[in-house]
Design a protein. Sequence first.
Length: 191
Amino acid sequence: MEIKTPISAEIVQKLRVGDIVYITGEMLTARDKAHLRALEWIKSGKKLPVSFNNSVIYHCGPLVKKVGDEWKVISAGPTTSARMNASTKELLKFVDSIVIVGKGGMDIAEELKGKGVYLAYTGGAGALAANAIKRVKDVHWLDLGMPEAIWVLEVEKFGPCIVAIDSHGNSLYDDVKRKVEENFRKLLDEL
């Protein structure tokens, strides 16, 4: 399924765990420092340079180089999302709908209910991701460093991503954890 930005609550509600998704439109990168600064600005009443509401947030620190007057993304693989668990839980209080893309999963299934999904993207696929990025539209907070800045990217059929946590409280990570625990108990009973 291809989804286009901006992300509506209707799109978010349709997505289910296990769905394969490609993204077309605008995607924002944000990592640890960008999440923390965004929360600081929100809490102090400052206007953010971008809106996280109805957006796709990609946990990524892209490798970008300047070519003439434009930025070119060389590699844009996902970073481990769990690092942003606490700040994301806080940010989700300020959005109506959102898509988060990253790797490794997050502990946010409850907070995403009714408003967002988490898409898993394959780690080590930075060159593949860069191919889907058609251009850099803007960059904010470059003072945080290249990987921590917010990059506003125009993407076309970015993916494949898998819906790993949906807006209905379902989580592939929780399902796998349950199955592992069940199998472990069975093994212990057999001993």
